[in-house]
Design a protein around this ligand. Structure first.
Ligand code: MG
Length: 303
């Protein structure tokens, strides 16, 4: 394995996926736990959550400035941008998935399943049919640090789907603490990370893939893609070639679609999540504990 101060090359092919003359750029610091990045192509800005500080920050890519975007923020965690360009948020304190409409008003999209309150939605993706898929572990109700402490009403941590007409169904129930999630390019696979190690040392940090049913409303049995030997896999994104760029304890790890580790971008803080930004979606924005970093790569994120 080749190691530089910035990259670990587990596969020779990884050298072609990174820019050797790039530096890891710290674009902001001063958070407590940065998470939930999302890129708004039309506005040329990205946002992320600083969950314990109950705020959402905004980075303007045109001038590099960073400012507070939402505060208080219901201890928002994961974000995505829907098919109409609207912000969709996972709220720990609100225990819901919400959306900001074009007129600025907030709509709660899901806060219950089976008449029980959700735990604390963590991360969210939108499928091309307009359905919204999100994970619901307990981190936002485990303590008052990044939400309001409360018992779980559902007594399980699942993955849910909100249909285009607003119905909530459970799609994955065999993980301990489902966290980051993403669809493959053809949306035939749903990838989900499990950070259940935080609550059960027997739960290996991992990413699993679930085959999506032909009608796009359910998934079949999960299959293990990879396990982590460096901290937890929290949020992750796929690139156009099906590679998985994931948060890990030592930085951003890149896996091929079969789960083979290609290489790592070393980051000096524990990484929680990342997204592709910029007009070419080839600039990673990395949420890493107290700071947010960016680096160009030779891969393009999946829209
Ligand atoms: Mg997460």
């Amino acid at each position: 394995m080749l190691v530089s101060s910035l990259y670990e090359m587990h596969d020779p092919g990884f050298a072609k996926l990174v820019q050797q003359n790039e530096k890891l750029e710290r674009i902001w610091t001063g958070g407590r736990w940065c998470e939930g990045p999302a890129w708004f192509p039309a506005g040329k800005y990205a946002i992320w959550s600083d969950i314990p500080n109950d705020r959402v920050m905004r980075w303007d890519a045109t001038d590099g400035s960073v400012s507070e975007f939402i505060r208080p923020a219901f201890n928002q965690n994961g974000h995505t941008v829907d098919l109409e360009g609207r912000l969709v948020s996972c709220e720990h304190k609100g225990r819901c998935v919400s959306r900001i409409e074009h007129d600025g008003s907030r709509t709660v999209l899901a806060d219950r399943f089976d008449d029980k309150r959700l735990n604390s939605p963590n991360d969210v993706v939108v499928k091309s049919d307009g359905s919204i898929w999100f994970t619901d572990p307990t981190y936002g109700i485990d303590s008052d640090y990044e939400g309001d402490a409360a018992p779980s009403e559902i007594k399980a941590s699942n993955v849910y789907r909100i249909s285009p007409d607003g119905k909530v169904s459970c799609v994955v129930s065999d993980l301990v603490q489902p966290n980051g999630l993403a669809f493959s390019f053809d949306e035939k696979l749903l990838y989900v990370a499990d950070t259940g190690f935080t609550h059960d040392p027997a739960c290996t940090p991992k990413i699993c893939a679930y085959r999506v049913s032909d009608d796009g409303t359910r998934v079949g049995a999960g299959r293990l893609i990879t396990t982590s030997d460096s901290g937890l896999f929290d949020g992750f994104r796929l690139d156009t070639e099906g590679r998985i760029w994931t948060s890990a304890g030592d930085g951003v790890q890149c896996y091929d679609s079969n789960g083979t580790l290609l290489g790592t971008i070393l980051v000096p803080e524990v990484v929680a999540n990342l997204c592709f930004t910029g007009p070419k979606l080839n600039r990673l924005l990395i949420c890493a504990t107290t700071s947010v970093y960016s680096i160009y790569v030779n891969a393009k994120g999946l829209r």
